[in-house]
Design a protein around this ligand. Structure first.
Ligand SMILES: Cc1cc2nc3c(=O)[nH]c(=O)nc-3n(C[C@H](O)[C@H](O)[C@H](O)COP(=O)(O)O)c2cc1C
Length: 375
């Protein structure tokens, strides 16, 4: 078969920072559960990233919490204080050493934080509404002061990313975490300026964007990428609908961001809220704002053919998550025409060869159906 993957391998320039990446492949952010107890990045994580730093033009780190109250996973590393700068510098250097551009994902778990991981054993959120899941804890509604401090903490984390040598930050507004909780009519029942109408539910996400932009402008004397990740829909009722998301995307597209990363587990999957609605969510968003805000699509992409189909919908960049766990050399193999040797199932006997830290490895093997396994 004579296949042409030149589009995947073509460079892309981000519109605001002007930073150029060599190709259209992005490493999706993936939590490793393997950081040190003190919030620093561990040696095993550095080895994991070094193994994957030839995998994509843009490399997004696992999410880093911006305040201790935002820690959502055991072994999550952090960006919440200047004490983390040496750790963040090591991470940026590991990601960048082969020419890829390094982005730090900044995050607060809100009501998704396990109580035992946060100070006072008390998860916080927009409102005191528990997530819909077995045994979920009801969070405490944040005070105005806590909201303002948290917004400032995102800005401070972005400043640290600049100082640590990253090429950018991704604001984690997806996957049910705090920023999404403020945007969601399920988790945000506030009646003050932070909640109520669709417009008011945007107040917190937009304030975080403004804080990050201001912090980067102040701290950086070099081009710096600012991206934003969203989850387009929620299953809950009330919950985020596609109309909500298109409205948010429209407003974000006026914010001079470099990209919008549309988090889905299956790029070509149907709407979560209406199985009959089969257009990829990222494509709908691209159709609305893609001409001014580049879109990254993600979810279930394993082969170059699939990645090429994603770009065929118009979205400018395609992210690979689980596939880069399975096949760290994906991009090299594509470039070298070794398509047949691209692995698409995790070799369960090759943890050390794949440089996957043990806590992450264990979670990948025990969560059934998360990724294809090769016994
Ligand atoms: C082990 C693992 C950890 C993840 N951690 C994060 C994370 O830290 N931040 C985030 O936004 N998404 C996270 N995700 C979601 C991925 O970025 C991605 O959107 C999802 O896995 C779908 O893409 P894929 O099919 O290419 O893996 C994680 C996914 C996996 C499998």
């Amino acid at each position: 078969m004579n296949e042409d993957f030149s589009k995947l391998l073509s460079p892309f320039q981000f519109p605001v920072s002007g930073i150029q990446v060599d190709n259209r492949i992005v490493m999706a952010p993936m939590t490793t559960f393997s950081g040190n107890e003190d919030g620093t990045v561990s040696d095993d994580e550095l080895s994991y990233y070094k193994e994957r730093n030839r995998g994509a033009g843009l490399l997004i780190s696992a999410c880093a919490y911006v305040t201790p109250q935002g820690k959502a996973f055991p072994g999550q590393f952090s960006a919440y204080s200047d004490d983390m700068l040496p750790s963040l510098k090591r991470l940026a250097a590991a990601l960048k050493e082969n020419g890829g551009k390094a982005v730090l994902q900044i995050h607060h778990g809100g009501r998704m934080c396990p109580p035992e991981l946060v100070p006072g054993s008390e998860p916080l959120s927009a409102s005191a509404v528990a997530p819909v899941r077995e045994g979920a804890v009801t969070p405490r509604e944040m005070t105005e002061l806590e909201i303002e401090e948290t917004i400032a903490a995102y800005g401070e984390a972005a400043r640290r990313a600049v100082e640590a040598g990253f090429d950018g930050v991704e604001i984690h507004g997806a996957n049910t975490y705090l920023i999404q909780q403020f945007f969601s009519p399920h988790s945000n029942r506030r009646t003050d300026k932070w909640g109520g109408s669709l417009e008011k539910r945007m107040t917190f996400p937009l304030a975080v964007v403004d804080a990050v932009k201001a912090a980067v402008k102040k701290a950086s004397d070099r081009p710096f990428i600012i991206g934003y990740r969203i989850s387009p829909e929620e299953l809950e009722n009330p919950g985020i609908t596609m109309n909500d998301t298109l409205a948010l995307a429209e407003v974000l597209s006026e914010k001079e961001l470099d990209y919008l990363h549309v988090s889905t587990m299956n790029f070509f999957g149907a709407s979560l809220r209406d199985a009959a609605d089969a257009t990829p969510r990222a494509q709908l968003i691209y159709d609305k704002v893609g001409h001014k805000l580049p879109v990254i699509g993600v979810g279930g992409v394993s082969t170059p053919q699939q990645a090429d189909m994603v770009l065929g919908t118009g979205v400018q960049l395609v992210a690979l998550g689980r596939e880069l766990l399975i096949e760290p050399r994906w991009l090299e193999k594509l470039k070298n025409g070794q398509l047949d040797s691209i692995e698409t199932a995790l070799d369960v006997h090759n943890q050390s060869g794949l440089h996957i830290p043990t806590p992450m490895w264990n979670s990948l093997l025990t969560r059934t159906g998360w990724l294809p396994l090769k016994e």
